[in-house]
Design a protein around this ligand. Structure first.
Ligand code: SER
Length: 313
């Protein structure tokens, strides 16, 4: 395995927390520097870094002789709708700063895109890799623009930048925050505490989702694939399973029959309604061997056990 020196931005977030642990297990803690704008609860090989400060990004990359940046710092879909200008500034300028530093230093970049690139005109099922996007959120607009910037930096400057369109990610280590798919994490915490849950999406809203271990494994697999295998330099469709709040709650109730929940849709319903229900990720499967390990029911069982439920399986 080639020696890696990795910098992760937004390392305190839901994905950053898990990706940091997985990359450290693989490449060694000393070779994976976690960064964020706030200190984490427990600090290991951590540095404060604001991605809006290009000089600071460049200084860190140069000082650490970084080979790869995982640039995760961003606003998500729901928080982006509440602060559109700030979301655009952070999501775009942060990415351009990282891409520029990568161009100058020759390091590689991973950047997360999202199913939020798709809007009302994209097919709801089997949503293809290449189709009309026209997103309906600031977050989605920033992801479409970002994908095109990534491809531009690859094609014009030769930067090895790779990206995935994540579905909703479900995990038990760090909380989700600011997204439209967050209900699928929050609901477990309520169920475990024996509390009723009020879901902010309609009971029948089906969205693409993935269990975090698959998301992390797929991301590392993409980054370790030979450059010749990567035919998509915008971002790959990436999929595992899809479900609605009603289906998730019913499966939780199979383990925890007392669990009760309600649906009270808010502004996030409009966002969810604009996204596909299911994604065609054949390109990722054929280019670099993507295959999810977890089915929906496995994920529910594992989430409940990991959060401490005494469940019967
Ligand atoms: N999980 C993300 C969100 O809800 C989608 O990329 O914003």
């Amino acid at each position: 395995m080639q020696k890696q020196q990795i910098i992760i931005t937004g390392a305190n977030g839901q994905l950053g927390t898990e990706l940091t642990s997985a990359l450290r297990a693989r490449y060694g803690t000393a070779n994976v520097i976690a960064t964020d704008i706030r200190h984490p609860a427990v600090e290991t090989n951590f540095q404060l870094l604001d991605v809006m400060d290009r000089d600071a990004v460049r200084s860190l990359v140069t000082a650490e002789e970084a080979t790869t940046i995982y640039h995760l710092a961003a606003f998500l879909s729901a928080s982006g709708e509440q602060r559109p200008q700030q979301a655009w500034d952070l999501n775009m300028q942060g990415l351009l700063n990282v891409l520029e530093v990568a161009r100058e230093t020759g390091c590689r970049v991973f950047w997360p895109s999202s199913i939020a690139v798709f809007g009302a005109y994209a097919p709801k099922t089997n949503c293809p890799q290449n189709t009309v996007t026209q997103p309906s959120t600031v977050y989605g607009i920033s992801k479409v623009a970002g994908e095109n910037w990534c491809r531009y930096y690859h094609d014009v400057y030769g930067v090895d930048v790779r990206s995935i369109r994540y579905p909703g990610l479900i995990s038990h280590t760090a909380m989700a925050g600011g997204g439209t798919t967050d209900y699928a994490v929050d609901i477990f915490h309520h169920a475990i505490r024996g509390e009723a849950y009020t879901c902010f999406l309609d009971a029948d809203t089906i969205l693409p989702m993935m269990y975090m271990p698959d998301a992390v494994a797929g991301t590392i697999r993409l980054m370790e694939a030979p450059s010749t295998a990567i035919s998509i330099r915008t971002a790959y469709n990436f999929s595992a399973f899809s479900f609605s709040p009603k289906q998730l709650a019913a499966t939780i109730q199979e383990h925890l029959p007392e669990f009760s929940w309600y649906s009270r849709p808010d502004f996030r319903q409009r966002i969810a309604d604009s996204w596909p229900q299911q994604i065609d990720d054949r390109q990722a499967r054929s280019d670099w061997g993507w295959k999810p390990r977890y089915q929906f029911e496995d994920m529910v069982g594992e989430m409940l056990s990991a959060l401490g439920a005494h469940i019967t399986t």
